[in-house]
Write a protein that binds this ligand. Sequence first.
Ligand code: FUL
Length: 699
Amino acid sequence: MLLVKVFFKRYLFLGLFAGLLFISCNQVKPPEPLGPVPNDNQLRWQHMEYYAFVHFSLNTYTDQSWGFGDEDVNLFNPEKLDCRQWARICKEAGMKGIIITAKHHCGFCLWPSEYTEYSVKNAPWKNGKGDVVREMADACKEYGLKLGVYLSPWDRNHPDYGKPEYITYFRNQLKELLTNYGDIFEVWFDGANGGDGYYGGANEYRKIDRTTYYDWKPTYKMIRELQPNIVIWNDGGDRGDLRWVGTEAGYVGETNWSLLDSTGKVTNDMLRYGKEDGNAWVAGEVNTSIRPEWFYHVSEDSKVKTLPELMDIYYNSIGRNGTLLLNFPIMPNGLIHEKDEKAALDFAKAVKEVFAHNLVEKATVSATNVRGKSSRYDAYRAIDGDNETYWTLDDGVTKASLTINFGEPTAVNRFMVQEYIKLGQRVKSFSIEALVGDQWQELAQETTIGYKRILCFPTVETTKLRFNILDSKACPVISNIGVYNAPQILTSPAIVREKSGNIQIVPADPESIIYFTTNDEDPTVNSTRYSGPIPLNKGKVNIRAIAYDPSSGKSSAVASEQFDIPRKLWKILGIEDEKAAAIIDGDINTAWKHPEGTSIPADLVIDLGRMENLVGFKYHPNQELRKPGIISRYQFFVSQNNKDWKLVSEGEFSNIKNNPLWQTKTFKLQKSRYIKLRALKNTTGSNYIGYGEFDVITK
Ligand code: FUL
C-alpha cells in the first residue's frame, strides 16, 4: 500500500510537471505571418520542387523552334509514340509532374479540339483518332505524376489571331483542356506573343498589346472554377501565381524573394531577384531544356546537358528558392531520346548521392536565442526532420546564431536551409562559418533563403558549423537545416577552335588531365593525351574529350564539338575595326557590334578566301541577355565574286531573345567564296546589331 502511495505521488508530481511544461510551451505563441504568404496551391506547387516539360508538335518534324502556322498536319505521324515512356523516365528521375505543350505557337493541337481543324484529328497518326493529351494524362495517372498544360496564347495558324474573336477560341480550348483531362496542377501561358504568322493564309505581321488583348481576368476566373487547385504561370499578361525568372538558361538570382507587386510593370531584375517589399506571393520557376533547344533537333544529340551542368542547374534553381521545370524534347518517333533519359537518370542518382547522409543527424545544436525559451521553438526543431516544426526567435530579434556540433572533425561541402514559408519569407542575409582547429572561418555570406537554399563550398574538415542570421524582416523561422559531404563530380573540358584552325581543349580544373579523340569514338585514359593546341587546320573535325583526375581515378562526361572548315583564310570585308575579329575568334563570349549610328539593314560580309561548298550558316548572338544587338530576322546571301549576290535563306531566329544560342540555317548546296548575313531586325527594335560568333556549314 505504501509502495502504491509513493508511486502515485511520484507519478502525480511528474505528470503535473510535464503538464506545466506542456502548458508553458504552448503559451508561447508562434510568430504572426509576415507580409504576403503563399496560398495552399502555391505551397503544394513549391513542394513539388522538380517536374518536367515535354515539347512536341509539328516543329518536331520540321526542325524548327517555332512553327509558322502553315506546317502540314500530315507530318504528324509518330510511329512509336509512348507517353508511358515519358512518364516512366520522369518518375524514375524523381520528378513530380509533367507539363505538355498541348498547343505551341504554330497552333497545332495535340488533342482533337472541337474548335479547329489544325489538330491530331486530321493527322495520319492513329488515323486521326489519337489524342496525345489523353495519353499523357493516363500515363501520368499510372505513374503517380501530376499533369500540367502549356497552351500558347499566340497562335500563328488561327485566322482570327489579333481580333477579339480569337479570345473566345482561346478560352474554349482552355476549357476543353481543363475539363476533359482530370486534375491539372499548372497551366502555362507563354510570353511570346504576336508577330509574323500564317494566320489562316493572311501571311502577315500581327501586333497585339499583351497587357490588354487577352483580357485575362475572366479567363483566370474560369480557370480557377474549373481547376481550384491549379497554379497559373503567365509571362504575357496579368500576374499569375508564379513567375518566370527572366532566362531559359537554368538559374534564378542568388537573391530570390518570392514576392512581386500584384500590379505594375515587372522588370527583368524583378523576374530574376523577386521584390523584397512586393505585395504578392509570386515565387520563381526555373525553366530550361535538357538540350540547348526546346524542340528536338537531331543536330543536338551530342548537346545533351552534362551531369555537372545539370547539377549547377539544380543548385541554381531548387537551391535558390526556385522550382525546376526541365524539358525533354520528344523525337519525331514519339519517344524521349536514350541520351536524354540517361542524363536525367544520372542526374537523379547524383542528387540522391549528395543528400544521402545528412550530417546533422549525428550532431547536436544550440542557438543564441529561442522564442520564449520554449522547447517548441528550440534549435533542435530545425534538424528534427519534420518540416512542420521550426526554430524561431523572440519577436523583434532579427539576428541569431545556431551552432551545429559534430563532436569530431567532419568533412562538409554543402549546406541546406529552409524557412517555414507559411509564415512568410523573412531572412535578408546570413552567413555560415566552420570551426577549423580553433579558428572560425567564414565559408559563405549570402542574402535570401526562402523555401530552400543550398550553398556549395569547397570541402572543409570541421568540428562545428555556425549558421548566423545577420538580418531578417522579422524574427526568422527556420524549419530545416542539412549539412552534407557531396562526392566530387568532374566537369567536362571546353573545346574551342581558334581562327588559325588550331583546337584548344580547356579543363575546368587545371589539375585534371585531358584525353581526346578525333575519330568519333568516346575517349578513355588510353586515348591521346592533350598537351597543347592541336594543329588541325585542314578540314572538318569532330573532337571528343574527357577530363581525368588521377588522384580519384574519376573521369568527366564526354565533351564533344564538331567544327567545320577552319577560318584561317577568312577576311571580314568593309569593317575597319580590328575588334570585329571577335566574330570569328572561336569564342562566343567575345562579341562585336556595329558602331552606334549604323542603321538596319546591317551587313556582315566575309571573304572565305576560296570557293567552298556551302550548305548553311550559324550565328551565335552576343551573350548579354536582353542587351540590344541580337538579330531576330535575317537574310543570307552568297556570291562568287563579291558583286552578284544570291539570296539563299531568309527568316527568323525564333526564340533567340530568351534562348540566345547558336542559330543554324541550312540551304541547298552553293559553291561560293563570299557570304553576306543581312540583319533586318533585332530583338529590341533598335538599330544595334551584334555578333558573338559566326560560322558556315559546308558539305
Ligand atoms: C518560350 C517559347 O517561345 C519556346 O518555344 C518554349 O516553348 C519555351 C518554354 O518558352 O518562350
